[in-house]
Write a protein that binds this ligand. Structure first.
Ligand code: FAD
Length: 306
């Protein structure tokens, strides 16, 4: 085993930038957990934090409330996710205006999943934006925003082939996307091949890997099969037998994610987007291992060394 890969090299933290994704809480208990998470991760100074938008706009108000609170009560820069599902253009445009009115300048623009559920046929609203590319165009014409879009290293399940998938990403870039954030993946070769494909197609925006710390392997395995992400056999083996052992599961999960991120750093990747699932511990530990630390932690390390 190559120990060097796990040792913290002092320059890594300077090269690496992170962003964090949260989802809007459904109840008071979840709200409290989210704010504990935000408070713990804030000192790591992410480039931005994003807040998801539920299927069919079902979380519109909760997304707006969460984004507003981040703007008003933290030093963080929020990005609001938006989807096109079941909404006419004027409804989507109204949501954009609402976000802009309270100070949002970053968006994550998505088509969204079919209202009837993943795996059913997506039917755009007759008066709506048909896909992520059209939504990017609408945002771009509303202002000079920072617009992230999705990318799929293993191609989107609805894409018949990689050429179609990359073509959709190209349309989003042509309409004004600033960066792409990937669906989570566990095989870094797949990500690298996808980025090469995109570059060959003339796509030069950053394609930021989306990293999912495995809080619960069984749930991740189920979810992965629905969204077309491969769960390699080696990953299943790492978590085998840990279903009733949350402590060991968490230790293994943080090692797996740190290993993935460090390997990507070695391949030249500098930006990472973490799907936090509104939980801080694993993300905080992984950030620590790649040298992303709060000033307080750095100061404590400095005085201990002196
Ligand atoms: P698009 O980029 O518009 O399209 C995805 C693929 O479908 C394309 O690659 C294309 O090949 C194919 N396709 C689309 N339209 C057509 C067409 N007309 N003809 C042929 N092929 C077509 N979902 C949420 O509900 N809320 C969120 O907040 C959210 N956040 C996400 C964040 C990230 C970083 C990612 C990766 C996904 C997120 N999703 C979210 C999930 C996303 O909504 C689903 O994956 C959805 O199925 C596709 O949305 P999209 O914007 O990627 O679609």
């Amino acid at each position: 085993m190559n120990q060097f890969r796990f040792s913290r090299r002092p320059d890594i933290g300077e090269k690496v930038r992170v962003s964090f994704e949260f989802f809007p809480p459904k109840n008071d208990e979840m709200e409290a957990r989210l704010w504990d998470t935000v408070t713990r991760l804030e000192p790591l100074k992410p480039k931005f934090v994003s807040v998801t938008y539920g299927a069919g706009g079902s979380t519109r108000e909760r997304t707006a409330r969460t984004v507003k609170r981040i703007l008003n009560e933290t030093t963080l820069t929020p990005a609001a996710h938006m989807t096109c599902v079941d909404a006419a253009r004027d409804q989507v445009d109204a949501v954009i205006r609402e976000f802009v009115d309270f100070g949002v300048t970053r968006f994550v623009a998505l088509r969204g999943d079919p209202a009837a559920g993943v795996g059913t046929i997506y039917r755009p609203h007759p008066d709506g934006y048909a896909n992520g590319a059209e939504l990017v165009g609408a945002l771009k014409s509303a202002g000079d925003f920072d617009i992230s879009v999705s990318a799929y290293p293993e191609k989107h399940p609805e894409s018949p082939d990689f050429a179609t998938d990359i073509d959709m990403l190209k349309r989003k870039v042509d309409n004004g996307a600033t960066r792409a954030i990937t669906q989570f993946f566990f095989d870094n070769d797949l990500y690298e091949r996808y980025v090469e494909r995109a570059r060959r197609a003339g796509i030069y925006i950053p394609i930021v890997p989306g990293i999912l710390p495995v809080h619960n392997f069984t749930q991740v395995a189920n979810f992965s099969s629905r969204c077309g992400a491969l769960v390699p056999a080696w990953l299943a083996e790492r978590f085998e037998g840990l279903g009733n052992d949350p402590q060991t599961h968490a230790l293994v999960a943080s090692a797996v994610a740190a290993e993935q991120v460090l390997d990507l750093v070695e391949r030249g990747v500098g930006d990472f987007h973490f799907y936090t699932m509104n939980r801080a511990d694993l993300v905080f530990a992984i950030c620590h291992m790649i040298g992303i630390r709060s000033h307080e932690a750095e100061a404590a390390a400095g005085s201990a060394a002196a």
